[in-house]
Design a protein around this ligand. Structure first.
Ligand code: PMP
Length: 361
């Protein structure tokens, strides 16, 4: 059955159709084993190959240097908000957080349960809105780490580049991982929940600098120590095997579609169409985000009234475009255009916007 729908959900989000078709064709019978991959032991040969391929693909797509290691965690990105300080915020140290949106605020709040953590920058404007990414950071000398959020899923802002810092930089890349090439060596830790760009929910992809890992706390339960998972190649306990299998398939799909350069070009094209439609609407559509901070993953905009916004969302859904309602904290419209959303899907939305404006503008 054709999937004649464009999925603009913020996460869990749409997956590439070929990835789902492959999963469907392999669901009952994985590689001649008469079993589903879900039914295989996480210690068996069939799953082991998938598991290590997922790690190897992460390394090759992101060009992860030998100084860093890939591992998988559970508990979502929110789990990482807690385990980052548990591992690295020891007594007497301070962690700096660059607050650029709702998720970085949550990350900071979790760190403050564990130790001393502060906002080194706060991107809110006079109206309390995050419409830009601050570039001036008031960093603590000798900070345990500096935490950033590369893309703000709710407000639609994105860091376009990353500085080289003296302290280890920790980045929550949940909503733009593998959407563009990255210099992994600039980071102490990168983490991302899979459910936007990489697969289904249930697994977090993480990349850590090996040297820094040696400094992590051993006074926390084993399950929360990153070292446990790195040492055991993410097989310390039962990993979310089906989620990792799907993530591997998504990464293969990324590889077949031009790798991260390919994703970047495709995402830039989608962003150009969408922001173009907004900026050329004579103010009917209005994106509040500063031009240089506009996200290529989550595009947000407003209409002249909330009534029109409701109608826009309802009529778009009738026309097969779903998931366009802005986050409840900000309202308006949000189109999440992660890797799997095709250029043609965005063009369909742009032409819907133009029709909607003609009828209601
Ligand atoms: N960080 C960012 C940037 C996110 O977008 C999200 C989820 N939307 C989270 C963290 C929280 O992720 P999870 O639900 O996996 O805990």
């Amino acid at each position: 059955m054709a999937r004649d729908i464009v999925n603009f959900n913020a996460g869990p989000a749409g997956l590439p159709t070929p990835v789902l078709e492959r999963a469907q064709s392999e669901l009952l019978e994985f590689e001649g084993t008469h079993m589903s991959i879900m039914e295989h032991s996480h210690r068996g040969k069939a799953y082991d190959a998938v598991h290590h391929e997922a790690m190897d693909l992460t390394k090759s797509l992101l060009k992860v240097p030998d100084t860093h290691e890939v591992f998988f965690m559970q508990g979502g990105a929110s789990g990482m908000f807690a385990t980052v300080p548990m591992n690295f915020l020891s007594e007497g140290r301070v962690a700096d957080y660059v607050v650029t949106g709702a998720w970085s605020k949550k990350a900071l709040a979790e760190a403050q349960f564990v130790g001393e953590a502060r906002a080194a920058a706060d991107g809110r404007n006079a109206d309390g809105k995050f419409v830009s990414v601050p570039t001036e950071w008031d960093l603590t000398e000798g900070a345990a780490y500096v935490h950033v959020t590369s893309n703000n899923t709710i407000f639609g802002t994105q860091m376009k580049s990353f500085p080289k810092l003296a302290s280890p930089m920790v980045a929550d890349m949940s909503s733009d991982i593998m959407s563009r090439p990255l210099n992994v060596e600039d980071f102490g830790l990168i983490y991302a929940g899979a459910q936007k760009n990489l697969g289904p929910s249930g697994v977090v992809l993480a990349i850590i600098k090996k040297d820094w890992l040696q400094e992590a706390s051993t006074k926390i339960p084993k399950i929360f120590r990153y070292k446990t998972h790195v040492d055991k190649q993410s097989l310390f306990h039962t990993p979310p095997t089906f989620a990792i299998y799907l993530m591997r398939n998504v990464m293969q799909w990324i590889g077949e579609n031009g790798g991260l350069e390919g994703m970047q070009a495709r995402n830039a094209e989608k962003a150009k169409h969408l922001y173009g439609a907004i900026d050329e609407s004579g103010g009917f559509f209005n994106c509040p985000v500063d031009k240089e901070a506009r996200s290529h993953m989550n595009v947000v905009w407003r209409l002249p009234s909330e009534d029109l916004e409701k109608r826009f969302i309802a009529e778009a859904a009738e026309a097969g475009m779903v998931g366009l309602k802005g986050h409840r904290d900000v309202g308006g419209i949000r189109a999440s255009v992660y890797n799997a959303v095709e250029v043609a899907g965005v063009q369909r939305l742009v032409s819907f916007m133009s029709d909607f404006k003609s009828k209601n503008g």
